[in-house]
Design a protein around this ligand. Sequence first.
Ligand code: NAD
Length: 478
Amino acid sequence: MADLPFFGHVIDGAEVPSLDGARFPSIDPWTREPWADVALGGQADSDRAVAAARKAFDEGPWPRMSFDERGAILHRLADLIEEHADELGLADTRDMGKPIAQSKGNDVARAAHNFRFFADHARLSVGEVLPMGDRHHTYTLFQPAGVVAAIAPWNFPLMLETWKVAPALAWGNTVVLKPAEDTPTSATILARLAIEAGMPAGVFNVVHGYGPDSAGQALTENPDVDRITFTGESGTGRIIARAGAANLVPASLELGGKGANIVFADADLDNAVDWSIRAIFTNAGQVCLAGSRLYVERSVYDEFLARFVTAAEAMVIGDPKEPTTQFGPLAGEEHYNKVRSYVESVEAEGGKILTGGLGDGWIVRPTVAVDLPDDSKHVCEEIFGPLVRVAPFDTEDEVVRAANDTPYGLNAMVFSENLSRAHRVSARLKAGTVWVNCFFIRDLRAPFGGVGDSGMGREGGNFSREFFTEPKAVVMQI
Ligand code: NAD
């Protein structure tokens, strides 16, 4: 086998192998062959990354720079991300099978935007002055929290990593990022670009490895870490919350979801079909926000379903490296086997598949299932794949009850041209985000996070500022 490209940790301004020389392969889910060789970190690598970040925070220039100076470096990094869009997009596509049109066109563009947005947001942010009468006033300072541990999932690698790293850096923290083991390579490229952009050594470090008994666990348990920002499964979130609690370190947790997508009879059906397809089949359904429980008002159920199935069947499935591909393989063999078991058990649970099913290799085609009971595992559990359960409903109360009948609460979608109903139902849904007549549209100033098993805390705009800083009140006698 030809030598594979190597992706190291990036610690203290240099790309390095693991201390013990360990490596692991990254598997391309389309070819199902290794395509890259990656440093496999453990406790010792995690510890030296945290030590580098600690030193850069305590002694280096980064936390003491002006917002203009830091912002200039972050904007330069955004420029470099755009210049390296092909390389970064291909890295995510080869690591996890995401179509290149999405990884390059959406995720890389959004990664650059994350750095620009948070650099500008921090620079333009204002504190409060609270006049207290003739003798005193109080004002707020937002000071960097310290060393941030960022732990990311594999479904939107670069995009979600930068969603954490950009605000943490913009507010003057230093960072150790552990990308998911399935998608390590774009993080190393990002750290190489950060060095090129002029970021001082130790400010942004990347350590690769697994979670339990590996680099991830070591990072979350390190007492020199001041903040943990985590995106991943709800079960992992519980473990990480405990690790944070042991050291009294705040943890922000963005976890799993089981999004309800509600289509009322008065919806613009073309618009509703279009967004509902994207809500469940983008990224082969490997989206925390996926609209995997689709409820359609009975009077338009048959018409909606016919159009929805036609649109699902029209998706272009194939090699994710092809620019026209809309739908690729699942991210890895273990995950494919998990999603496959849900597809294969639809009939046993009383359901019927209208279209979809298993494809070649690790592909599960866009799959539409009906007649599944409310208590089936397909309705209750996060599948994290391209399988949607569609069901009819008759009343607003009934559908709100069904939508809220889940331990998750990340997001929901409502399609209706009735303005009062759209506002009323949005307020009644248990969710961190409700999209009305759309999906996935984001304003980075808005809070993002989940209710219940979907997470703890919010990030975005001022919410990121609150999390990544120590807000301080200065009370003055005058
Ligand atoms: P995961 O929890 O298995 O892994 C996420 C990260 O945590 C990986 O980097 C992993 O190595 C690390 N990790 C695992 N165990 C750990 C431990 N004990 N200590 C420290 N680190 C540990 O999740 P995943 O399979 O990579 O991602 C899919 C999940 O992420 C889904 O549940 C999805 O809904 C969720 N997700 C949520 C959001 C959101 O914004 N709420 C966004 C994307 C994905």
